[in-house]
Design a protein around this ligand. Structure first.
Ligand code: PEP
Ligand code: MG
Length: 583
């Protein structure tokens, strides 16, 4: 008999709201896969997906054989590849898995692992030690196929209902994992690791579902299928809640739904303060399709398109055409409204195996080859993207923005490369917007402090508070062990923001904010007071921020802002911000 114990765990609420449902445990280990049902209309697609993945592994093994042909280990490798190829061609792997998919109507990953388990069980009966050892080969080859499957998400969206009540619990999830789970419509994400502004958290927020990170032992303590309440606002999870607690949360869940519906009445309102100060509200997107959210929440444009997400969850790097089509789709879809496309910010927690410079282990990836630095190291990668962006620029109001710049020299280098690409397009007679606006992200403290060259060389700036806080306070944004120190209202941070906003205003250079701070309604009045007028955030928070703007009398809060800027302690600052929000 199993017993159900009732307990709570506390972590960081990285995406607000309440979810109530049953848990699904996953781990990062490739062989630990989820099971879900496939719509009968898509079973053939699912079988094709498996075929594609197996073909992919065949190519992979062939390439490995060629690559190792001249190596000293060629013979050993040859034997190993032979075995893997034989296993790959065995009916037990391909045909039986397909039959399983058809019979059970389940996803290919699950079918494959079931087949593997059955196959391994047969090997256990074998006396011969050599043959018994082949178990590891089977596991390896299955793992290869699973990795390929992950690169071919295709139509494999598991149908867990329009309003899912499944809560995903994992030790850790990469941004690429969460992006993929987007199709699974989970009701909430819960992880042991991760900080509030990690990209994993950002993607969860953009999906608009509650998420907790930094729970440390959730994956270990929580069991499959347990009833839980996830409270993204307080950062807690209640496992096997009592009836009374469940009833209380069900009521809060209902209120949350009603509040969301009520906020929808603000979609068409102009984001103007009570005393008539105009602002503009944009959304951040990770994938091209996400642009449709702009219209739903009444955003004035896309303030940040994190283009590097196009590179994740796929084997091959996206070529110029693939990127061009993706960018064109967004720009056209936005029908003349601005789209700020950020050039590649790969590196740190967003990795693609196909990029040589990212293959080595970096001692400190957040301080290493990332974003524009990686683009300088891998210029072909950068110029391919620039060509795609420039080509797409004739289809609407496209602007581009460069991440992680830190000095005048880097600005020059980046702009020179862009000019070079423009020249090549001119020579080829390819059309692009000659007046395309180019902006920079302000997310390294050196850029914020020595801001003059940024104001001179760019037509707009956007403050990336997620990284600015990380680099200013020396706190890794994705490490839950130091998340307590990750403090967007640290006095140094607020003074730096004020410095940037004042200088940009004087130079008449528009500046927006696209870090998570811009989407936190508790920060809205403070940011308005510091001089911010353009906000870009996840679509899920836009209307709450708009509501706050509509309720703000900017003229009346001048003294409070001055006091906040004089404060030397975060604790005091937080108390002052609370007062400001209640006034
Ligand atoms: C930021 O750093 O604030 C930002 C918006 O960029 P990202 O979160 O993608 O690093
Ligand atoms: Mg950043």
């Amino acid at each position: 008999m199993t017993t159900t114990s009732n307990f709570s765990l506390y972590g960081i609420g990285v995406s607000g709201g309440i979810a109530i449902g049953r848990t699904k445990l996953v781990s990062h280990a490739t062989l630990d896969v989820s099971q879900y049902q496939i719509d009968p209309a898509h079973i053939t697609d699912e079988v094709n997906r498996l075929d594609l993945a197996i073909a992919g592994v065949r190519n992979e093994l062939r390439a490995l054989r060629d690559e190792m042909a001249t190596s000293e280990l060629a013979d050993d490798i040859e034997a190993f590849i032979d075995i893997q190829e034989t296993l790959l061609n065995d009916d037990a792997l391909s045909e039986n898995t397909k039959a399983y998919i058809v019979e059970h109507g389940c996803n290919a990953e699950w079918a494959l692992v079931q087949q593997m388990d059955a196959w391994l069980a047969q090997f256990d009966q074998i006396e011969d030690e050599y043959l018994r050892e082949r178990k590891f080969d089977i596991m390896q080859v299955v793992e290869r196929v699973l990795k390929q499957l992950t690169g071919h998400v295709g139509v494999a969206a598991p149908d867990v209902g329009v309003e899912s009540h499944t809560i995903l619990v994992a030790h850790d999830l990469s941004p690429a994992d969460v992006l993929q789970y987007k199709y699974h419509r989970f009701a909430a994400f819960v992880t042991d690791l991760g900080g509030a502004t990690s990209h994993t958290a950002i993607v969860a927020r953009s999906l608009g579902v509650p998420a907790l990170s930094g729970l440390r032992l959730a994956r270990q303590l929580i069991r499959e299928g347990e009833m839980v309440i996830v409270d993204g606002d307080s950062g807690s999870i209640i496992v096997n809640p009592s009836r009374a607690v469940l009833a209380q949360y069900r009521e809060r869940y209902q209120q949350q739904k009603e509040r969301r519906e009520a906020l929808m009445s603000l979609v068409r309102r102009r984001p103007k303060t009570k005393d008539g100060v105009e602002t503009s509200l944009f959304i951040n997107i990770e994938m091209p399709d996400n642009f449709t959210a702009a219209q739903k929440v009444g955003a004035q444009g896309i303030g940040l398109f994190r283009t590097e997400f196009l590179y994740l969850n796929r084997e091959e790097l996206p070529d110029e055409r693939t990127q061009f089509l993706a960018y064109r789709r967004v720009v056209r879809g936005m029908k003349g409204k601005p789209v700020i496309l950020r050039t590649l910010d790969l590196g740190a927690d967003k990795i693609h195996a196909g990029i040589d410079s990212l293959a080595r282990v970096m001692p400190n990836p957040a301080l290493g080859l990332r974003a524009i630095r990686l683009c300088f190291a891998e210029q072909a990668l950068f110029t391919t993207q620039l060509r795609a962006i420039l080509r797409a620029s004739v289809f609407g109001n496209l602007k581009m923005m460069i991440p992680l710049l830190s000095s005048a020299e880097e600005i020059r280098q980046a702009l020179d490369i862009i000019d070079g690409v423009k020249k090549t397009l001119d020579e080829e007679g390819v059309a692009y917007d000659r007046n395309i606006d180019i902006g920079a992200m302000i997310e390294v403290p050196s850029a914020a402090i020595a801001i003059e060259p940024f104001l001179k060389r760019f037509s707009f700036l956007s403050i990336g508070t997620n990284d600015l806080v990380q680099y200013l306070l020396a706190v890794d944004r994705s490490d839950q062990a130091v998340s307590r120190l990750y403090d967007p209202v640290h006095p140094a941070m607020l003074r730096l923001l004020s410095h940037v906003l004042k200088h940009a205003e004087k130079a008449k250079i528009p500046v927006s904010m696209c870090g998570e701070m811009a989407g936190d309604p508790e920060m809205t009045r403070l940011l308005l007071g510091l001089g911010l007028r353009h906000f870009s955030m996840s679509a899920s928070t836009l209307l709450a921020v708009k509501e706050r703007i509509l309720n703000t009398d900017l003229g009346a809060q001048k003294k409070s802002i001055a006091r906040i800027l004089r404060s030397n302690s975060s604790l005091k600052t937080r108390a002052l911000i609370e007062q400001l929000n209640q006034s």
